[in-house]
Design a protein around this ligand. Structure first.
Ligand code: NAI
Ligand code: MG
Length: 358
């Protein structure tokens, strides 16, 4: 048969990760029953803090080779109250993103129906952004060290590395994203006034790449002024590109302006497609609501839509996102969005809406 087949690794990991990932897999499974155009085989990997406590490792030594056998990965969240965050993050998520060269982190932000933005006067559709974050170097390259531990003059360095190759490939990717959207508008976030080396190279390479995209309107914003523009004039933005650190912060701001961290999705892409890409909600493991069955699955469902899109299942991707939006507009949502539904009820409503749409 002509059924397209995909092997998906699921890494639910910590906190509410398993709740939102499993709810999303249920929706994807019923979706393939309904559409009958593709088949997904899910394999759950037990990577995460529980494994770390038992074995001393967040993921096995050959973890990256294991991942490479899949077409894509769906990730939940990592982080536990009794493990320092830099340990959990560097031993799992950053141990995958960097070595796998998932250099483009893409975060779509859209104001969904019935999810009011905290910004006064922002209506549904007013915020429709794609944030592109450099995901492999910059401020999070991991170089630096500590000396004179415990002394009053204890010192620490945190080095940022910007390479021409690293900047050029993320710029090309961002310009391509901007070009694919109706407004063809890209904002390059920088801080080249205060950071006169790395950020100046960043600006220069952006300007060089811009010459290859005469159809894309491009402007440059200092990161501090950018926070103001996002709040005061959100409609003036469309596609946004920035460094690892800048976009880490801006994308949380964007998620909050979009309505909730519980709906924000993120894709870690290898645009060369040599490695499988990894899809994960922006939120963390949310200890405060773990196990209560009320985690918002929308962020992870949105990730699943992004994953379908990346795999080439464009129609299925659109159907899923539409079902999520229309479920929100019916008021079927979790308490973080002011609703009364559980994780499973929202996922169930999305699945049955997909049936109605097809
Ligand atoms: P968090 O995103 O886990 O939670 C922040 C707040 O948002 C909490 O009140 C939580 O209940 C709420 N929230 C988050 N996701 C939600 C959802 N799907 N539905 C409803 N409410 C939701 O961020 P926090 O508290 O700073 O971090 C907790 C742990 O997660 C830490 O260990 C941190 O390192 C880790 N973390 C991991 C990330 C990842 O795996 N990518 C990203 C962010 C944090
Ligand atoms: Mg973050």
């Amino acid at each position: 048969n002509g059924m397209r087949k995909y092997k998906i690794a699921s890494i639910p990991a910590d906190g509410i990760g398993p709740e939102v990932v499993n709810a999303t897999i249920d929706v994807l499974k019923s979706m393939q029953q309904i559409l009958k155009t593709f088949e997904m085989e899910f394999t759950e990997l037990d990577w995460g803090t529980e494994r770390y406590k038992k074995t001393g490792e967040y993921m096995p030594k050959d973890g990256l080779d294991i991942l490479r056998k899949f077409d894509a990965g769906l990730f939940g969240a990592v982080g536990a109250p009794d493990v320092p965050d830099h340990i959990s993050l560097w031993n799992l998520l950053l141990a995958i993103r960097g070595p796998m060269q998932l250099y483009a982190n893409v975060r779509p932000v859209k104001s969904l129906p019935n999810v009011p933005s905290p910004l006064r006067g922002v209506k549904e559709g007013d915020i429709d952004w794609v944030l592109v974050r450099e995901n492999s170097e910059g401020e999070y390259c991991g170089q630096g060290g500590r000396t004179h531990r415990g002394q009053p003059w204890e010192a620490a360095t945190e080095l940022s590395i910007f390479t021409r190759v690293g900047i050029e490939r993320i710029m090309r990717f961002a310009f391509d994203v901007a070009r694919s959207r109706p407004r063809k508008l890209l904002t390059v976030v920088t801080k080249s006034n205060a950071m006169r080396n790395g950020m100046v190279l960043w600006d220069e390479v952006a300007a060089e790449v811009a010459r290859d995209y005469p159809d894309v309107t491009c402007d440059k914003m200092l990161v501090d002024a950018m926070t103001v523009r996002m709040v005061v004039n959100p409609k003036s933005l469309d596609t946004i590109v920035g460094t690892n650190l800048h976009m880490d912060i801006m994308s949380d701001l964007a998620a909050a302006l979009g309505g909730s961290i519980g709906i924000a999705a993120s894709s870690n892409l290898d645009p060369t497609r040599k490695n499988p890409s990894l899809f994960e909600p922006v939120h963390g493991s949310a200890f405060d609501i773990t196990g209560k069955g009320i985690a918002n699955p929308v962020a992870t469902l949105w990730c699943a839509s992004e994953m379908l899109n990346w795999l080439g299942e464009k129609e299925a991707a659109q159907t899923l996102l539409r079902a999520v939006e229309e479920t929100c507009s019916k008021g079927i949502c979790t308490p973080d969005l002011g609703g009364k539904s559980s994780t499973k009820q929202v996922a169930g409503a999305v699945a049955s809406h997909i049936k109605d749409l097809t």
